[in-house]
Write a protein that binds this ligand. Structure first.
Ligand code: SF4
Length: 315
């Protein structure tokens, strides 16, 4: 079967986050944030488009010429009668080159002025002042989601902007009335949940007034593991690998054979969910556990202490 192409506007499908009741916008192929665990760089819609555009994942290129792109996205959301958009599935809307050039602003501005009712931005990047102003201006339309790990380190995420700056941007949006959620994602059990990392991180969120959290765990595959083996210091690699059951691949999206991943060992994950949920509860956070990235099948619904996301928490 031929691989699906990378489309500018794509309807979510059965089994994806929020059960497909939204559309993804994918303005470009590639991402320069360089996360070692990135699954997007391996997906065939992305690799096919990168080949077509003559580039590599680390050097993202718009799917259309930059001067046409915002207009094309606006036309697509109109023709597909899109109500809710999520940015992005295979890249990050806050890629620094496009924040700097203003293309990110033009795309979000086009969406904000379209009939789309909700614009869900999830990012590890950093919006500039103009982007913050745009989201403040359209605060009823935007949901802002900053993804961050308590054990942030440059081996796993070499090119992310400083965590403090990213959280400051999130806090500024929250205090301006934009719904803002911190995604503790992707967590590695036994590393991100260590009290010495987790507690100061949550205290910092609290001080900044960022009291909404979704959390989810890293998934691995053989190609992701190969990349981690290439890039990580042996000690960190060993600690990550030790947390996974590498004997069992589970398919996360029922209709997508590319979404087979190894998960955290169940006993470790239970202990970790208990720790993270316990700390969040104690500190007064509103939170959910991502249900998409929880192991398919019997494990779903097992976590008594963490409410699973029903897809509406950060919508
Ligand atoms: S920010 Fe997301 S898309 Fe970009 S490299 Fe990291 S995981 Fe991949």
């Amino acid at each position: 079967m031929a691989a699906e192409p990378l489309r500018l506007v794509e309807k979510g499908s059965l089994g994806t986050c929020w059960y497909g009741k939204y559309h993804y916008v994918e303005p470009w192929a590639g991402c320069s944030h360089g996360c070692a665990y990135c699954y997007a760089r391996l997906r065939t819609p992305v690799t096919g488009k990168l080949r077509e555009l003559g580039t590599v994942f680390e050097d993202p290129r718009p799917l259309w010429p930059a001067d046409e792109l915002p207009r094309r996205i606006a036309a697509e959301v109109l023709s597909q009668d899109v109500r809710v958009v999520k940015l992005c599935r295979y890249t990050d809307i806050m890629n620094p080159a496009f924040v700097r050039s203003g293309l990110t602003w033009e795309i979000l501005d086009a969406l904000a002025r379209s009939p789309v009712e909700r614009i869900i931005v999830t990012t590890k990047g950093l919006p500039d002042e103009r982007l913050l102003a745009l989201m403040r201006e359209h605060k009823a339309k935007f949901s802002y989601n900053a993804a961050a790990r308590p054990a942030a380190d440059s081996a796993l995420e070499p090119h992310l902007p400083p965590l403090a700056d990213r959280l400051a941007a999130a806090a500024a949006l929250r205090s301006a009335g934009v719904q803002t959620t911190i995604h503790l994602d992707p967590l590695v059990a036994g590393i991100d949940d260590e009290a010495a990392k987790l507690r100061p991180f949550l205290d910092d969120l609290r001080r900044r007034g960022l009291l909404r959290v979704m959390f989810s765990y890293l998934l691995l595959s053989d190609p992701i593991l190969a990349r981690l083996r290439d890039q990580l210091p042996p000690r960190l690699l060993d600690r990550i690998v030790a947390a996974y059951d590498l004997t069992r691949l589970d398919r996360y999206l029922p209709r997508d054979e590319e979404t087979a991943y190894y998960s955290t060992r169940p006993e470790l994950k239970h202990a970790s969910v208990d720790k993270v949920a316990g700390a969040l509860r104690e500190l007064g956070f509103e939170f959910v556990l991502c249900s998409l990235k929880s192991t398919p099948g019997p494990e779903r619904g097992e976590y008594r202490d963490a409410k699973p996301c029903d897809g509406t928490f950060y919508a």
